[in-house]
Design a protein around this ligand. Structure first.
Ligand code: GAL
Length: 653
C-alpha cells in the first residue's frame, strides 16, 4: 500500500463520550495540536451500533466520520467483532466459546467468540456489509482495522472439534496415516475412529501441534469471512488487523499474506531494568519480524502513551522514551505511530491505562507534550516521500518460526526449563544489531532465500517438508548457513529423524548428532575461539564428525574435546553447526567474522558504543541511545551527541 504521510493517531472511543459534547469538542481541538492525521474508531462498538438484533444506530459513527474529515483526520475503521453485544450471547449462546471441560463461557470479556459459530460469522458479515456500504464513499474512510487482536485461543465446542476432525481427515486421508504421524502406538494412543480424537491430550505432541495449526488457520479463515464484504463493496480500501507480541496461537507469517499491510501492537517493559538496552533489542527484533513479513513498511497500530494497567507493573515513560520508541519503530520500517488510547476511559478495565488525553482533561501534561513532539517529528519526516516507501534489503536472515516454537513448547526435551526459543533467536539477532547490520526475520518456509548471504537457524528443531532441499540449494549457490543445537531434530509432525540429525542434511553439515544433551546448571563448558575464552550453557548436541572442520572444542573436563563449532564446505557455500547455547559475546565475535568473510557491512564504520543502535531506511540513518549514559559518536567527520534515551536522524533537513 502507498502511504502519503507518516500516520499519527490513536484508538478513539468517541462512543464512550456521546453525552459530553464539551469533551468531544476538546478532542478534535487536541487532535490538531498533536498533529494527528488518523484515528482508529469503532473497535469495540457493536453494542452501540446494533443495540438489539436488527436495531441499528449508525448516527454517532456518521457524525464521527464527518467530524474527523472536517478536522483533517482519516478513519481507520474497525469491524467490531472483537467484542460481542450481550443480546447476541443470550439469544445465540453458540457465539460464546466452550472450554476444555465442555462448559460454555458466560457473556463478558472480549476476544472470546467461537470462530466456527455460523451465527457469529453471519452477524459479522451483516455488520461489515452495512459498514462497508454505508461508508464506501465517505472521504474519511482510509483503512480497515479488522476486529482486534485475534488470538487463536481455542474453543472446544462440538462444532470446533468436528471441524478439527475434518481438517485432520483432509490432511492425513486415513487414520492409519494419522496414527503413524502422531506415533500413537506409544502409550496405546491409537485411534480407530475420527470421532475419538479430542484435542486435549498434551502427551500426543503431533495432535497438539496440529490443533494449534488448525486454530491458527481457523482464525485466518474467520478473518477471510469478515473481509469478504469489505473487499466486495470497498475494494480500494486497504485492510489490516493488529498483530500482537508473538506468543499467541497464530502463525503471523501465514496471516501476514492475507493483509494489505501488517500492523502490530507493541508494549515493551520500559524502565523495569537497569537500562533500556535489552528491551530495546527485543522490540527491534519484533519490528524487524513484522517488517520482514511482507518486506514492506508496517504500522505500529498501538503503543502506550505512558503507563499501562495490565502488567504486574508498568512504569510511566520517562522523559525521552516516547520519542525514542517512536523513532525506533520508524527506523525499523514503521509508517505509523499510533497509541492505545486517545482519551483515558472514565470507567471499566482500562481506566488506569494512560492515554494521549488523561483524566485531567487538558493538553498541559507531560504525556500530551511528548506525543506532540512525536507528531511534529512525523510531520517533518513525511516530507521525505522516499523514506515512506523504503525498507532496506537485508543480507542476513534469521529463521524465527511460530510453528517451530509450538513444537518446541510441546516437546519433552532433556532440558525443559529455559527452552527459551524466542530468546535464543533474539541472542543471534543481537549480534547483528550491535554491529549496525540489519537482519530479516523469516519463517521456516524459507521463501526468497536468494536475497541473503547468511541464513541462521537458531533451534530450528522442526523441519517442515521441503526444508532440506531449500537449504541445500541455498548453500550450493554459495550461501552460508548457521544451524544450532536441536536443528532438524523432527519432521513436520514432530517425528524424530532417524540416522542422525540435522535431518537429511548430515552430509551438508558434515556431522551427525548422536544425542541431544544438556549442560547442567552446575557444570562449566568452556572453549576458546580465535584466542578468546567463552562459556556455553543449557544445551549441547553430542556429535559424530563426518567430515566437517572442527573450529573449536570444549576445554572443560565434563565436555573435553567435544566439538563446539563445525564448518563444512558444501557446493559453493558453507554449513556451520553450533553444538551448544552460547552467550551474546561469542555470537557477536563469531558473526562479525562471518560478515567479514561475506563482505556484509555495518551501516557505520566504527564500533557502536554499548546501548547505541543505528538503523537505515534508504538515505536516512537513525542513531538511538538506549543506554543510561550520554555518548558522542564521530560519524563521517561529524560529532553526534546522544544523551541517554536520545536520538539523531541523519539525512533529513
Ligand atoms: C491491546 C488491545 C487494546 C488495549 C490495549 C491496552 O492489546 O488491543 O484494546 O486493551 O492492549 O494496552
Amino acid at each position: 500500500m502507498v502511504f502519503e504521510n507518516f500516520l499519527h493517531g490513536a484508538d478513539y472511543n468517541y462512543e464512550q463520550w456521546l453525552d459530553r459534547s464539551d469533551i468531544l469538542e476538546k478532542d478534535f481541538f487536541y487532535m490538531k495540536e498533536v498533529k494527528a492525521n488518523v484515528m482508529s474508531i469503532g473497535i469495540f462498538s457493536w453494542a452501540m451500533l446494533e443495540t438489539d438484533e436488527g436495531q441499528y444506530n449508525f448516527k454517532w459513527l456518521d457524525n464521527l466520520m464527518d467530524r474527523l474529515q472536517a478536522n483533517g483526520q482519516k478513519a481507520i475503521l474497525a469491524t467490531p467483532s472483537g467484542s460481542k453485544p450481550a443480546w447476541m450471547s443470550y439469544k445465540y449462546p453458540e457465539v460464546c466459546r466452550v472450554d476444555e471441560k465442555g462448559i460454555r463461557e458466560k457473556h463478558g470479556g472480549r476476544h472470546n467468540h467461537c470462530r466456527t459459530s455460523i451465527v457469529y460469522r453471519e452477524k459479522c458479515r451483516e455488520m461489515n456489509t452495512l459498514l462497508a456500504k454505508r461508508y464506501a464513499k465517505h472521504p474519511a474512510l482510509f483503512m480497515y482495522h479488522v476486529s482486534n487482536e485475534y488470538n487463536g485461543v481455542p474453543c472446544f465446542c462440538d462444532n470446533c472439534v468436528a471441524e478439527f476432525r475434518s481438517w485432520l481427515e483432509h490432511k492425513y486421508k486415513t487414520l492409519d496415516n494419522l496414527n503413524k504421524a502422531w506415533w500413537t502406538t506409544f502409550w496405546s494412543h491409537r485411534f480407530t475412529d475420527w470421532n475419538q480424537i479430542f484435542p486435549n491430550d498434551g502427551s500426543i505432541q503431533g495432535m497438539i501441534l496440529d490443533w494449534r495449526r488448525f486454530n491458527s488457520e481457523l482464525t485466518i479463515n474467520f478473518f477471510n469471512n469478515e473481509i469478504e464484504p469489505l473487499r466486495k463493496y470497498t475494494p480500494n480500501i486497504p485492510i489490516t488487523t493488529n498483530f500482537q507480541f508473538p506468543d499467541v496461537w497464530l502463525d503471523y507469517h501465514m496471516f501476514a499474506k492475507k493483509v494489505d499491510v501488517v500492523s502490530w501492537d507493541s508494549y515493551p517493559d520500559w524502565h523495569l531494568y537497569d537500562s533500556e538496552i535489552e528491551e530495546g533489542i527485543k522490540t527491534a527484533f519484533m519490528h524487524d519480524l513484522y517488517r520482514s513479513a511482507k518486506k514492506q513498511p508496517f504500522m505500529l497500530m498501538e503503543c502506550t502513551p505512558s503507563s499501562l494497567n495490565w502488567k504486574p507493573q508498568a512504569r510511566q515513560k520517562k522523559e525521552g522514551m516516547t520519542e525514542l520508541a517512536s523513532v525506533q519503530a520508524i527506523a525499523h520500517g514503521s509508517n505509523s505511530i499510533q497509541y492505545f488510547q486517545w482519551r483515558q476511559s472514565r470507567g471499566g478495565e482500562e481506566k488506569f491505562h494512560s492515554a494521549v488525553v488523561s483524566h485531567i482533561g487538558t493538553d498541559n501534561t507531560r504525556i500530551f507534550k511528548d506525543i506532540t513532539k512525536v507528531g511534529c517529528l512525523l510531520e517533518k519526516l513525511s516530507v521525505n516521500k522516499k523514506l515512506l516507501s523504503t525498507v532496506d534489503k537485508s543480507d542476513v536472515a534469521i529463521v524465527y518460526d511460530f510453528q517451530n516454537g509450538w513444537a518446541i513448547d510441546g516437546a519433552g526435551l532433556p532440558r525443559n526449563n529455559r527452552k527459551n526459543y524466542q530468546a535464543e533467536c533474539i541472542e543471534h539477532y543481537k549480534a547483528f544489531y550491535k554491529k549496525g547490520i540489519q537482519c530479516d526475520i523469516i519463517s521456516a518456509e524459507l521463501e526468497n532465500l536468494s536475497d541473503y548471504k547468511i541464513l541462521i537457524l537458531p533451534m530450528l528443531y522442526m523441519f517442515p517438508d521441503g526444508t532440506e532441499q531449500k537449504l541445500k540449494a541455498f548453500v550450493e549457490k554459495g550461501g552460508t548457513v548457521v544451524a544450532t543445537y536441536l536443528t532438524g531434530t523432527v519432521d513436520s509432525t514432530d517425528l524424530c529423524f532417524l540416522d542422525g540429525t540435522p535431518g537429511n542434511l548430515t552430509d551438508m553439515f558434515g556431522i551427525k548428532v548422536e544425542q541431544n544433551g544438556v549442560i547442567a546448571d552446575n557444570e562449566k563448558a568452556e572453549f576458546q575461539y580465535n584466542g578468546k575464552k567463552y562459556n556455553s550453557v543449557d544445551y549441547i548436541d553430542i556429535i559424530q564428525n563426518a567430515g566437517a572442520q572442527v573450529l573449536s572444542k570444549f576445554e572443560s573436563p565434563d565436555f573435553l574435546d567435544m566439538p563446539v563449532i563445525t564448518k563444512n564446505k558444501a557446493g559453493n557455500g558453507y554449513a556451520y553447526y553450533l553444538t551448544s547455547r552460547n552467550n551474546s559475546d561469542f555470537l557477536k565475535d563469531f558473526y562479525a567474522e562471518l560478515c567479514k568473510e561475506n563482505n556484509i557491512k555495518s551501516f557505520v564504520n566504527f564500533e557502536l558504543p554499548d546501548g547505541v543502535s543505528v538503523q537505515k531506511r534508504g538515505d536516512v540513518k537513525f542513531f538511538m541511545n538506549f543506554g543510561n549514559k550520554e555518548v558522542s559518536l564521530n560519524y563521517e567527520g561529524k560529532e553526534i551527541n546522544l544523551k541517554s534515551l536520545g536520538y539523531y536522524i541523519e539525512g533529513i533537513d
